[in-house]
Design a protein around this ligand. Structure first.
Ligand code: BTN
Length: 263
């Protein structure tokens, strides 16, 4: 089922309500724009008209330890669709961002619900995808304009968003299914597009902060860093950003500035 809204606060919020009300796996909520789009770490996600914003409700038959890999699988699926359809070669910034030529073109926010009528092993996952499609950077708040790009700007084509939603949903569902049997080869594919690989990075999670070199993802989806003392760290939460990004610019999740400034 597809639920199309002209405008909403957040398709993830609507999808969560639909899921709790019993919407079947495969239901999609998509909107032409969002006025309170959600990004990672509770930030906001700028969602002007012209972009693609949808949330897919899935109840995948996956072992619980594979569920955190859904964000990586979704990023890979989106990357492959953009390459195939538009020749736009995005890289993947762990864990959830798509970049083209150093600018953010999209992000993913997966949220997991544990519903009382389902077994604790069966999770409902809301897979939220936002991709900057039509229009240009002038559609974004001024402080984001140097940090983002759009697909139409990259390939000089107007994007048919409804058709792209369909293709992305099909690809995401197929890629998530592969996680149960073929997660290693899927993570190998993800690794080929790792934006942070061999970059000098700062990691911070509130409690600790250190500098290291990006070494790619582990089999369980954590990201590996090696610090100046040669110690290896495998991180799960927190934020990673290249040291080459300006210190005073929180560009780690580039469409989240508006929310940060409001807090
Ligand atoms: C990020 O960049 O931190 C993740 C952004 C995820 C945005 C998408 S847009 C559709 C769905 N609805 C939301 O409120 N967020 C996700």
């Amino acid at each position: 089922m597809r639920i199309h809204l002209v405008q909403t606060d957040s398709t993830n919020r609507v999808a969560r309500e639909e899921a709790l009300a019993g919407a079947v796996s495969g239901t999609v909520v998509w909107a032409d724009c969002q006025i309170a789009g959600k990004g990672q770490y509770g930030r906001s996600f700028a969602s002007p008209a012209g972009g693609l914003y949808f949330s897919l409700i899935l109840r995948p038959a996956l072992a619980p330890d594979r569920v955190p890999l859904i964000t990586l699988a979704t990023g890979l699926a989106c990357r492959e669709v953009l390459a195939r359809r538009y020749n736009v070669e995005a890289t993947l910034k762990w864990p959830n961002d798509l970049f083209v030529q150093g600018k953010k073109v999209g992000g993913i926010l997966c949220e997991t619900l544990f519903e009382s009528h389902l077994s604790p092993a069966q999770a409902t996952v809301i897979i939220g995808v936002g991709i900057n499609c039509n229009g240009g950077v002038a559609d974004f708040p001024e402080e984001l304009r140097s940090l983002v790009t759009t697909i139409s700007q990259c390939c000089q084509t107007t994007i048919d968003i409804a058709s792209l939603v369909d293709t992305l949903v099909t690809e995401i569902e197929a890629t998530v299914q592969l996680l149960q049997r073929e997660s290693a080869s899927l993570l190998d594919r993800w690794q080929q597009y790792d934006y942070l690989f061999e970059q000098s990075l700062r990691y911070s999670n509130g409690a600790e902060s250190f500098i290291g070199t990006g070494k790619g993802i582990c089999g369980d989806g954590r990201y590996r860093l090696v610090d100046a003392q040669g110690r290896e760290h495998a991180i799960i939460g927190g934020q990673l950003r290249p040291l080459s990004w300006p210190e005073n610019e929180w560009v780690a999740s580039q469409q989240d500035k508006v929310g940060r400034e409001e807090r």
